[in-house]
Design a protein around this ligand. Structure first.
Ligand SMILES: [Zn+2]
Length: 900
């Protein structure tokens, strides 16, 4: 628990830090489907926050993450209210906490404390042993003892209330799997599926009925004696097998595409020369294989970083920094062993999906348009499993343990494993049992759920805002191993962030061997007092990069010393600078080799300028042998210069194919769309989506370079009134980049080389693209949308509104000017608009308004235009389908997206 002597001041700061971090990770998990930390790490943060809030209730904010259900609402699907709220569950992690839960529940129900149980210690040990795995804290016996103590305490407290009952009965629990999927709620009326919703924020969910077909075992009609109205809750999941299939197919597609491109290049060259290609490019090959350094975990962080341009949590510089840091740990740790630090631009291209859960959540929210463009996505198979009832008419459940059989009767998929347990000790035994069988189930599980079996007691027990009091989730810990920390090495990313990496004595996890793990940053090392030579606990969960999470201080060598973060860049010797709320160390030297290599590789990568053959290795080679230091230097390469190095000479002393290919690819890249150049320049905080937005708004590189800060700030998501806001960081970053004379110089040289500096579509094609946020007829107006529109989907409506200068709000407030509502829409938004006197606009009127603004929705329907029109959204739209869509784009172009 929280130490008594903690200063309120420190507690306050820690609470606010934890809250910001939890929000950010919640968003990565629920909206981006791209978690950066393991669930266990997340749970730890949540527990710590709860502890602090209990000790210092004065600093607890009313909307603390401990008090509410996280939200997956992302604005792309209609938001519909659940008939009954869809709550989440509180978690427990050991026997002690489970006893506390049971004792609390007994008190709420007015029952005497749990009867003593002679098998208590044994059962607690069994469950705790299950939870400890092969790792650190073997304190099962101690937990059992403490549980007994607690029971004693509460018996004193409650003796007055419940002394009549001589022989108190244990509560009966139904123990079920805790499925690691995405929450769904299905509503059946007279046995027919009427609606399928995501969990959303617990009160409202996204209506994903159009995607119900993806869930193969979801019945459209119920069988048997079903009730007139039935709201059922469950999880949507993807089997590991299906996940692997999709991954494998994606890999194959990538390989095929790569092969086709190479074939094309070869064909081009065959015209000139006729030599065999067998020993051709050995430069880029290494990049095509996912790194095995982290047991195949390499892909996840790269994808995370790819999304980070949409994901930055508005509000905290520190948060942005940490996102840069974690991305750069992905971007710098991985290639280290292949002799390149600084960039792993291609390692994410093969297996970008983090895990089945994330892919299921993303698939569930694919937009109709995405299916039209990619019919093969319809083949993805999702499954559902249901475990509880929400609203219901004409049926009364007596025992939770009767539910699976009832569901089966109605034709609903239900859990395959469950059992009733008398009291906590029996439940602990079942939990331990389940840990041995759960790996054989078709879905991933991360724990067990205990529900009070007697349903009539549920309403008596009641619920908090967030979770029912009659159910609890037991979470199994992720795999952990103890090993020795041999050394700490530093990696410098392309943005200069220096990331510490743990070099470990190799240790074996079920699916891989681990010899390196992330240490996140200097603050993390200091906070945990991690020292070289320590026995450390390493945790690896799913596809997340292994991390050092704990130190066994009892095993610390006598001569150990606190780790001192080096003051100089390990690569160039420059004195490191430390700034931002997170105080990350950065190498400030613009010419620091890994930064130079990283910037160039980023510039050339497929997501940016897409220069074929210019992968990590080739980039490093050019930096070392041709003094290439900026993108402009790349375009200064000529056949004459390349011939100076034997690598680029063939047998007869002429230019080798590799050399010719490189020059052709460079020439080819000069005509890339403007946004690729903007993205490629590597402006901090400007990923692909924001680069597209800049291109669309300003039309040329010069217009961006010369735009006053205020103008950039005026663009939604680039600036805001609050100066510390992350959005302002984006605008400031753009200004800082173009104000730097080195960057100006690079840009002038790129101009001389003949690169495309203009957006070809700017202001053209009847689109009001050039007018930007300030010029359109909707300027300064705020719009909200509810219901389905006939003439276009919601994304398109949003894009059109924004193209005319309007703003989109996800909720109706007093600041909303118009609510666009379809005639059949009902619900909270419409109600609120009426209450607040917000003008309600029907579709016909909306179309008319668009036309007044010079937009005919039916004339500008090319997907490219829509793409260009779709401004990047931060919140809450940054998520699921967007993330999926960008993943889709990444697949198409082999794009590894932004690196930070
Ligand atoms: Zn350096």
């Amino acid at each position: 628990m929280v130490r008594r002597q903690m200063e309120p001041h420190d507690a306050k700061r820690e609470i606010s830090n934890l809250t910001a971090q939890i929000r950010r990770h919640e968003k990565l998990y629920r909206l981006q489907n791209a978690p950066e930390i393991s669930d266990a790490e997340f749970d730890r943060m949540m527990r710590r926050l709860r502890e602090l809030e209990e000790s210092f209730p004065q600093f607890k904010s009313p909307d603390s993450p401990t008090e509410r259900v996280g939200s997956d609402l992302d604005g792309s699907f209609e938001e519909v209210e659940h008939l009954t709220p869809m709550q989440s569950l509180d978690n427990v992690f050991d026997a002690d906490q489970l006893r506390d839960f049971d004792a609390r529940l007994r008190r709420v129900l007015g029952l005497a404390p749990a009867p003593a149980n002679i098998r208590k210690d044994e059962a607690a040990e069994a469950a705790n042993a299950a939870n400890d795995g092969a790792s650190a804290n073997g304190d099962g016996g101690a937990a059992g003892g403490k549980g007994a103590e607690n029971a004693g305490e509460s018996s004193e407290e409650d003796s007055g209330k419940s002394s009549e009952s001589a022989e108190p009965q244990p509560l009966v629990y139904c123990v079920e799997p805790k499925i690691d999927g995405a929450g769904i709620s299905a509503v059946y009326e007279n046995g027919r599926l009427m609606r399928l919703l995501t969990r959303g924020n617990g009160r409202e969910g996204n209506d994903i009925s159009t995607n119900a077909f993806l869930i193969r075992n979801l019945p459209l009609e119920l069988k048997g004696d079903f009730p007139a109205l039935l709201e059922v809750r469950g999880e949507c999941y993807m089997t590991v097998g299906e996940f692997e299939r999709i991954r494998a197919e994606r890999f194959e597609r990538e390989q095929k595409k790569l092969e086709q491109r190479r074939e094309k290049e070869r064909a081009k060259l065959r015209k000139g020369k006729s030599k065999s290609q067998s020993e051709l490019p050995n430069f880029e090959d290494s990049a095509a294989k996912p790194s095995a350094l982290f047991g195949g975990a390499a892909a996840a962080p790269v994808e995370n970083s790819g999304n980070s341009d949409d994901s930055s949590n508005p509000g905290e510089l520190g948060v942005l920094e940490s996102s840069a840091a974690s991305a750069s740990s992905g971007d710098s740790i991985i290639p280290a062993k292949s002799g390149n630090s600084g960039n792993s631009s291609n390692s994410g291209k093969v297996s970008g999906y983090a895990n089945p859960r994330n892919l299921a959540a993303g698939t569930m929210k694919l937009l109709p348009k995405t299916f039209e463009e990619n019919p093969e996505l319809k083949n993805r198979e999702l499954l559902a499993v249901f475990y509880s009832v929400g609203a219901c008419e004409g049926f009364r459940l007596r025992r939770q343990s009767d539910l699976p059989a009832t569901f089966k009767r109605w034709g609903l998929p239900c859990v395959d494993w469950f059992c009733a347990a008398d009291g906590v000790d029996s439940a602990l035994e079942k939990i331990a049992q389940f840990d041995t069988v759960r790996r054989a189930l078709p879905y991933n599980t991360d724990g067990a759920v205990l529900k009070l079996d007697d349903v009539s007691l549920h309403s008596l027990a009641g619920a908090t805002d967030k979770a029912p009091r009659w159910a609890i989730a037991w979470k199994y810990p992720p795999e952990r191993r103890k090993t020795r920390l041999k050394a700490v090495t530093l990696q410098v990313g392309r943005t200069g962030v220096v990331t510490p990496v743990a070099e470990l004595e190799e240790t074996e996890f079920p699916d891989s061997k681990v010899s390196r793990a992330t240490l996140h940053n200097a603050g993390y090392i200091a906070q945990k007092d991690i020292r070289v030579g320590d026995l450390v606990v390493v945790e690896k969960a799913g596809e997340i990069i292994p991390a050092v999470v704990e130190v066994d201080k009892s095993a610390r060598p006598a001569d150990s010393r606190p780790y001192e973060f080096p003051q100089n860049c390990p690569e160039c010797g420059a004195k490191l600078a430390r700034f931002g709320e997170k105080m990350l160390y950065r190498c400030p030297n613009f010419s620091c080799p890994p930064q130079v290599r990283g910037r160039l590789a980023h510039f050339a990568s497929r997501g940016c300028m897409d220069i074929e053959g210019l992968g990590d290795k080739m980039t490093a080679f050019l930096v070392d042998n041709f003094s290439v230091a900026s993108p402009a230097d790349l375009y200064g390469l000529t056949a004459e210069r390349l011939l100076e190095n034997e690598k680029f000479r063939d047998d007869k002393g002429g230019l080798s194919k590799t050399g010719a290919n490189l020059l052709a690819a460079l020439e080819d890249s000069k005509r890339r769309p403007l946004w690729r150049l903007i993205f490629g320049l590597g402006i901090l905080e400007i990923g692909a989506q924001f680069a597209k937005e800049l291109s669309r708004r300003f039309g040329s590189l010069d217009a961006i370079a010369n735009a006053p800060l205020s103008e950039i700030m005026a663009i939604e998501n680039f600036g805001s009134k609050a100066a510390k806001d992350a959005q302002s960081v984006r605008a400031l970053s753009i200004r800082a980049f173009f104000d730097d004379s080195r960057n100006r110089d690079t840009i002038e040289r790129l101009r001389v080389c003949g690169l495309n500096f203009a957006d070809a579509d700017f202001g053209g094609a009847g689109m009001p693209g050039g007018s930007g946020a300030s010029g359109g007829i909707f300027a300064g107006r705020a719009f909200a949308i509810t219901g389905r529109l006939e003439s276009m989907d919601r994304m398109r409506a949003q894009a059109l509104i924004e193209s005319l200068g309007g703003r989109i709000q996800s909720a109706v407030s007093s600041k909303t000017d118009y609510l666009i509502a379809s005639p059949d829409s009902a619900g909270s938004k419409l109600e609120k608009a009426r209450k607040l006197g917000v003008e309600i606009v029907d579709e016909a009127r909306f179309l008319q308004m668009l036309e007044e603004g010079g937009v005919r929705p039916d004339t500008a329907s090319a997907p490219e235009n829509l793409e260009a029109l779709n401004p990047p959204r931060l919140s809450p739209e940054g998520g699921g389908p967007k993330a999926e869509a960008s993943r889709k784009r990444a697949e198409d172009s082999g794009d590894q997206m932004s690196l930070f």
